[in-house]
Design a protein around this ligand. Structure first.
Ligand code: GDP
Ligand code: MN
Length: 393
């Protein structure tokens, strides 16, 4: 589960990772005004920052993070940010925090590294910007350090290791100790809280020489929820609404997970669907979803599943990958024919690969139906190539 920024900061705070002075979580313009008044009048800071709490990055660029010098100005920001749409996420909650004085912006993150069965620490002196972009244009400015669990027993990253990372990232001498301390605590946070990612961008050096996490992006591992009594308390009203298509799928009992790419994927059986994601990736495509039509693949199931996938505006082609077992090929083919009739016009092409029980008959049915939106392919590989080609066309 991804946390929003203010939750990430709460988690940091209780694990000793320094964050700005606590602010207030607001859902209305009046609450924003009150929060700003409290901060400014209490002399906590001369300015406040109003920050959209949505589970997506790049809020600053989208106008979701702004500074205010007065209570009135904060109120105006509340008006403009609440209700804003940031990459499809409606802002329902803002965090109003005492503003920090930034001298420099760095980047620091710790995450699970499945490939090396360990952890990965990434640190850069160039923060506050898109770190992947920095990595592309100036890879030397980004330190990537693999850490094996055995090298950090009990989640304790050795202090020398942290210092070494900071010095290789050219974090200035006078704040290096502090930054190394922070990294040790961030690492322990990831391990002890069962997070898969803890990212700080920017990690700042304040005008008065402190190092604090100005932003927080934390993902908690749902598989470890049983170890944390407070896990469910991180879910917040208005933010944790499912993706609308995922919600619709859940209601209909369809196994559907939305992803970021453009190739819609329908398969029968979770294993085959996962293999399909891989094949699409091998052909340079990116899956738009993960959808398991399950055992039946009847006309009804097919129409519902296909209807759902085609509703995703990112989907540019659909790869239907069916291996007939109990599900028979002709049943699936009839399902596809019926589903396309029910769905009417849609711009995307469907690439169908049928194998297994009665696959030949299934293919014959599809060929005879001569549907303009359907292309068949004999193998999974060819089907993937075709689907990717169509998605990129
Ligand atoms: P993101 O765009 O979603 O990553 O949101 P961030 O929390 O990283 O904020 C974006 C940018 O806003 C930061 O890189 C800072 O430059 C700026 N910013 C955020 N909070 C403050 C603050 O308290 N003071 C100042 N001066 N700038 C801030
Ligand atoms: Mn950020």
């Amino acid at each position: 589960m991804d946390l929003v920024e203010f939750q990430g900061k709460q988690l940091f705070k209780r694990n000793g990772v320094p964050v700005p002075k606590e602010g207030a979580v607001c859902r209305t313009v009046d609450e924003v005004e009150q929060a700003a008044r409290d901060i400014i009048q209490a002399g906590e800071a001369g300015m406040v920052v109003v920050k959209a709490q949505v589970k997506t990055g790049g809020r600053g660029k989208a106008g979701g993070v702004k500074l205010a010098k007065s209570v009135d100005e904060a109120r105006e920001l509340g008006e403009s940010i609440l209700g804003l749409d940031i990459k499809g996420h409606e802002v329902r909650v803002v965090y109003v925090e005492p503003a920090s004085d930034i001298a420099e912006e760095y980047y620091l993150s710790v995450m699970h590294d499945r490939v090396h069965k360990g952890y990965l620490v990434i640190c850069s002196r160039e923060g506050g910007v898109d770190i992947e972009e920095v990595n592309r244009t100036n890879p030397d400015a980004v330190v990537k350090e693999s850490i094996l669990p055995s090298e950090a027993p009990g989640g304790e990253l050795p202090r020398e290791r942290a210092e070494d990372i900071m010095s290789r990232a050219n974090i200035p001498d006078d704040v290096r100790d502090e930054a190394a301390d922070l990294l040790v605590k961030l690492f322990a946070t990831l391990v002890n809280e069962d997070a898969t990612l803890a990212e700080i961008n920017p990690l700042i050096r304040t005008e008065d020489g402190r190092v604090i996490a100005l932003d927080a992006k934390v993902s908690l591992d749902g598989n470890a929820a049983f170890r944390h009594d407070d896990y469910d308390e991180w879910k917040i009203e208005g933010i944790d609404a499912d993706d609308p298509l995922e919600a619709e799928a859940k209601e209909k009992g369809i196994q559907y997970v939305k992803l970021e790419g453009s190739v819609g994927i329908l398969g029968n059986g979770a294993g085959l669907v996962m293999a399909t994601l891989d094949v699409v990736a091998q052909h340079g495509g990116e899956a738009a979803n993960f959808l398991d039509v399950g055992g039946g693949a009847s006309a009804d199931a097919m129409a519902q599943s296909l209807g759902l996938v085609l509703k995703d505006p990112n989907v540019r082609s659909v790869f239907i990958n069916i291996f007939g077992g109990i599900t028979r090929g002709e049943e699936v083919a009839n399902g596809i024919v019926e589903a396309t009739k029910r769905l009417g016009d849609f711009p995307q092409k469907l690439v169908v690969r049928l194998d297994g029980t009665n696959a030949e008959e299934g293919r014959r049915i599809l060929d005879e139906a001569d549907l303009p939106s359907v292309v068949t392919a004999p193998t999974m590989d060819e089907a993937a190539a075709k689907a990717v080609e169509l998605a990129n066309a």
